[in-house]
Design a protein around this ligand. Structure first.
Ligand SMILES: Cc1cc2nc3c(=O)[nH]c(=O)nc-3n(C[C@H](O)[C@H](O)[C@H](O)COP(=O)(O)O)c2cc1C
Length: 390
C-alpha cells in the first residue's frame, strides 16, 4: 500500500512524520543514542551489508510467520522492545500494547515506563516485564511479584547500562517533573507543534515523567530522576544475582544486552530461557559494533540451549528476515514503533507492525520460503569480516 495521509509505507516515512509532529526535545529523546552515535548508526548500516539470494519459480503461495517467544505464540517474529519514554503520547505504553495485541504479538514493558504493568497487561495478555537492576534484592523481587500478579508472562532483565548518555548532538534537558517551570522552559518549541500539544490537551493531562512500576506498594511513583538516582546507587549486578532472580521468578526469563558469546554462555548457566543480542539500540557504550554482527557467533555458541533474540536497527521486514536467517528466533523493535506511535498513536504502531509483516512476507516469497523456520545463512550473502568473534 502506498503512503497516504493515514498510512505510512515505510518506517523512514513514520520517522519523518514523528519529526514533524513532535517538539524537538521530545523527538531527540526518541532518537537517543550516545557519544558520537557510532553504534546507533552501525546497528542500521550493518543490515545493508547483508545481501539476499532470491529464487524465481516454485515459490510458496502462502508464507507462515508464526513462532513462539518466551512461551507465547506470536503471529510474526517481531516483539515490542521495552522503552522508557512513551509519555510522548497520552496513551503511551497502553496504546502500544493494544496495537501489539491486535497484531498478535507480545509487548515488552519497561520498568521506566509511564504506564503501569496493571494497565498494560490488562490490554495485552502477552506482556513481558522488563527490569533493570535497581535497588535491593527485596525491592527487585517485590517488583517482579507485582508484575506476575498483574499478568506478566515473562521477565526481561536488561543488563547493558553504564550511565553515560552524553551526546555530541543536542541532548534534551528532561525535566524532573512536568510542572509549570518545565512547561515554560519547553513552551517555545512545544507551541510550534500545536497538534502534539492538542493530543495532550484533549486528555486534560500533561506528559507524565514518573515511573509507576518502580513504586513500592502503597507509595507514590518515583520521578524518572529519583529512580535513576537509586539505580546509580545500586551495586553492579552479578551473574549470581541474575541466577537468583531467575530462580525466584521460576517462569520464562530473558537477559537483554548480550554482545559476547561468553556472556551468552553465562546467561545459559544462570538458567535463562532467552537472550537478546543487543547493544541497547546504541544508547549504551558508543563504539560497540552493530548487534547483528554479534548474532552469528552467539547463535553458534548457545543457539541450541536458549531462544536467541536480536534487537537493534530493525527498520524493515527484510531486516527481520536477515536476523532470522542468521539464527535469531525473533527480533525486538524499539524506534520503529516509537516513530509509529509518535506519528499516529495506536494506529501508527499497528501501521509499523503491518509494514514489517508485509516486508517479511514479500522477502520470504522472493527467497522461496514457506515459513520463517526455513530461513538459513544460505539465503544470505555475508561479506567477509561481517560477523564478530568469527
Ligand atoms: C528512547 C529509547 C528508550 C529505551 N528505553 C529502554 C528501557 O527502558 N529498557 C530497555 O531494556 N531498553 C530500552 N531501550 C532499548 C530498546 O529496548 C531496544 O534495545 C532498542 O531500541 C533497539 O534498537 P532500535 O531502536 O534500533 O530498534 C530504549 C531505546 C530507546 C530508543
Amino acid at each position: 500500500m502506498a503512503s497516504t495521509k493515514d498510512w505510512f509505507e515505510t518506517i523512514a516515512e513514520a520517522q519523518r512524520r514523528a519529526k514533524k509532529r513532535l517538539p524537538r526535545s521530545v523527538y531527540l529523546a526518541l532518537v537517543a543514542g550516545t557519544g558520537k552515535g557510532l553504534t546507533t548508526a552501525d546497528n542500521v548500516a550493518a543490515f545493508d551489508e547483508l545481501g539476499f539470494l532470491p529464487r524465481v519459480a516454485d515459490l510458496p503461495a502462502k508464507r507462515d510467520q508464526a513462532t513462539t517467544v518466551l512461551g507465547q505464540d506470536v503471529s510474526l517474529p517481531v516483539v515490542i522492545s521495552p522503552t522508557g519514554v512513551q509519555a510522548v503520547h497520552p496513551e503511551g505504553e497502553v496504546a502500544v500494547a493494544r496495537a501489539a495485541a491486535a497484531a498478535g504479538t507480545a509487548m515488552g514493558l519497561s520498568s521506566f515506563a509511564s504506564r503501569s504493568i496493571e494497565d498494560v497487561a490488562a490490554v495485552n495478555d502477552k506482556t513481558f516485564f522488563q527490569m533493570y537492576w535497581v535497588g535491593t534484592r527485596d525491592q527487585l523481587l517485590a517488583r517482579a511479584e507485582r508484575a506476575r500478579k498483574a499478568g506478566a508472562k515473562a521477565l526481561i532483565v536488561t543488563l547493558d547500562w553504564s550511565f553515560d548518555s552524553a551526546r555530541d548532538w543536542d541532548a534534551p534537558m528532561i525535566p524532573e517533573k512536568v510542572d509549570l517551570k518545565a512547561a515554560l522552559h519547553f513552551a517555545p518549541e512545544v507551541l510550534r507543534k500545536p497538534r502534539w500539544l492538542w493530543s495532550f490537551a484533549k486528555t486534560g493531562k500533561l506528559p507524565d515523567l514518573t515511573t509507576p512500576n518502580l513504586a513500592a506498594e502503597g507509595e507514590a511513583a518515583p520521578t524518572f530522576f529519583g529512580a535513576s538516582g537509586q539505580w546509580m546507587g545500586t551495586p553492579p549486578v552479578t551473574w549470581e544475582d541474575v541466577a537468583w532472580l531467575r530462580e525466584q521468578w521460576g517462569g520464562p526469563f530473558a537477559v537483554k544486552g548480550i554482545m559476547h558469546p561468553d556472556d551468552a554462555r553465562r546467561a545459559v548457566d544462570a538458567g535463562c530461557t532467552a537472550i537478546s543480542v543487543s547493544n541497547h539500540g546504541g544508547n549504551n557504550l558508543d563504539g560497540t559494533p552493530a548487534s547483528i554482527r554479534a548474532l552469528p557467533a552467539i547463535v553458534d555458541a548457545v543457539g541450541d540451549q536458549v531462544e536467541v533474540l536480536q534487537d537493534g536497527g530493525i527498520r524493515r521486514g527484510s531486516d527481520v528476515v536477515k536476523a532470522l536467517a542468521l539464527g535469531a528466533r525473533a527480533v525486538l523493535i524499539g524506534r520503529a514503533y516509537l516513530w509509529g506511535m509518535a506519528a499516529a498513536g495506536e494506529r501508527g504502531v499497528t501501521n509499523t507492525l503491518e509494514v514489517l509483516r508485509q516486508g517479511i512476507d514479500s522477502t520470504l516469497l522472493a527467497l522461496g520460503k514457506a515459513s520463517v523456520h526455513e530461513l538459513s545463512r544460505e539465503d544470505l550473502v555475508i561479506p567477509d569480516g561481517f560477523a564478530l568473534h568469527g
